[in-house]
Design a protein around this ligand. Structure first.
Ligand code: CMC
Length: 431
């Protein structure tokens, strides 16, 4: 990043301001408006932050026009094909691919933290059995600061590091416990001889009464889902984590705020909504009816798993996910999967439709992930918790970057006030 020789000149009324332009490593130039209010006494108005960079970051880059996603410079397709989730976690957290020894040490550190405080099991038992696993996750992740107060001092780099490892290690355990609780089965302890994805599957699907062997095809597919969701620069939940963290809140509280934000159907909740939509459509014959509804402005229905704020081209994660769905169903011997057929046909029809072409709406990561997760045996309610497990490392990497940033300030947006002007209180008898 450098301050370029260019400056933007802004004129309004009698005021003329030269605003510095910043040149990123990749992506469009950025006008630095930090002095705008101090020198010009005006704010900018940008609901949804469509044109506002909220921070500097070295972690993830998206080129939405090309449909490109890079973690620390490495294309997601290469990482999905050649790397694995814990290596990607290392990359996101520390900036470089690890040496063999660094990777081994990191994996050992994560593995040693997979168990949760035993007292947490009682905490789970306070929830209703029919609670959505995301409702449980929001509560339990927030409660981690009560169980691990020795890693909540954000000014101590060692505590920040321990909190990071704890969260990457314990999120799968917490998500699996939320699942087990919701189906009335006993919690399954982590098994440290398994890799990260295989361990998650065994915590979700094994029962004390039977032996359970993790299917390597499924654990590879699970690992790829984790990798594809690991980070996505300044999306809504990550920005929520950064905003919460900007006040100095402890890391567990910040990640809980990210989990809460992720739950919404416009964000991480879309994977559940997308599969439910595909099932509701049910057969290829009904697709035109749903396409028509998605285009009808008087109908709130949207094609879930379609469209993205940044991608105006194929979401590269969706391309990998689609291949993965084919592979997983094929390897599991699931032929004639009606949901996959509906998904592919819906994608084909939508991509040929003028409405979707004009608005540059393409399938996103959530369009195909649910098909894989369902084939693995997960109910739809677990899709968003799995997204939360995957994204935890991205949230933490971004939170750590923010804490270490000397330019970091508490996040505090301005507003365009459109309420009543100052007026005098009227006694109730006179209203
Ligand atoms: N179906 C039908 N129309 C759509 C869709 C859709 N899925 N997405 C956007 N549009 C239309 C929208 O109605 C608007 O039309 P107009 O300009 O006529 O008002 C136009 O496209 C632009 O949409 P927008 O809502 O202004 O765009 P946004 O950047 O604010 O929203 C989005 C992005 C992802 C929230 C939106 O595309 C959406 O709701 N998609 C469905 C939910 C979904 O799949 N979310 C997962 C996102 S990827 C994973 C993640 O990040 O969590």
């Amino acid at each position: 990043m450098s301050e370029s020789n260019k400056a933007a000149n802004l004129k309004f009324g009698e005021t003329s301001l030269d605003l510095p332009m910043l040149s990123p490593t990749a992506g469009p130039d950025v006008i630095d408006i930090r002095k705008l209010y101090a020198e010009g006494r005006v704010f900018t108005f940008d609901p949804g932050f469509t044109s506002t960079a909220s921070c500097k970051s070295k972690i993830t880059f998206i080129d939405g026009i090309k449909g490109e996603l890079l973690y620390r410079g490495y294309p997601i397709e290469q990482l999905a094909a050649k790397s694995h989730y814990l290596e990607v976690c290392y990359l996101l957290l520390y900036g470089e691919l690890p040496s063999a020894q660094e990777l081994e040490d990191f994996e050992t550190r994560v593995t040693n933290h997979t168990m949760v405080h035993e007292q947490m099991t009682y905490f789970f038992r306070g929830f209703r059995r029919d609670a959505h696993p995301m409702a449980i996750m929001v509560g339990v992740v927030g409660a981690m600061s009560a169980f691990y107060p020795d890693s909540t001092d954000i000014n101590d780099p060692m505590q920040r590091e321990i909190a990071s490892i704890r969260m990457v290690a314990k999120m799968p355990t917490i998500a699996a416990m939320a699942y087990k609780y919701s189906i009335g089965q006993p919690f399954v302890y982590p098994s440290n001889d398994l890799d990260y994805a295989a361990n998650f599957l065994q915590m979700c699907f094994s029962v004390p009464a039977e032996d359970y062997e993790v299917n390597p095809i499924l654990s590879r597919a699970m690992d790829r889902i984790f990798t594809l969701h690991a980070d996505h620069e300044q999306n809504a939940s990550t920005s929520t984590v950064r905003l919460a963290g900007s006040s100095g809140a402890n890391p567990f509280a910040c990640i809980a705020s990210g989990v809460a934000c992720l739950w919404g159907p416009a964000h991480g909740g879309a994977n559940q909504a997308a599969l439910e939509m595909l099932k509701e459509i049910g057969s290829v014959e009904r697709i035109p009816e749903y396409i028509a509804r998605a285009k009808d402005k008087s109908d709130p229905f949207r094609l879930m798993g379609f469209g993205h704020r940044v991608y105006k081209n194929f979401d590269p994660r969706a391309t990998v996910m689609k291949q993965s769905a084919d592979e997983v169903l094929d390897l599991l011997g699931i032929e004639d999967n009606e949901t996959l057929k509906v998904a592919k046909e819906l994608e084909r029809i939508a991509l040929e439709d003028e409405y979707f072409q004009q608005k540059k709406l393409f399938p996103n990561v959530d369009f195909y992930s649910g098909i894989i997760l369902e084939a693995m045996g997960f109910p739809t309610s677990m899709f968003t918790p799995i997204f939360a497990v995957s994204r935890t490392v991205g949230w933490i990497a971004q939170w750590k970057e923010m804490i270490a940033d000397p330019e970091q300030k508490i996040g505090r947006p301005r507003q365009l006030y459109i309420g009543a002007a100052k007026r005098d209180y009227i006694d109730v008898e006179n209203r």
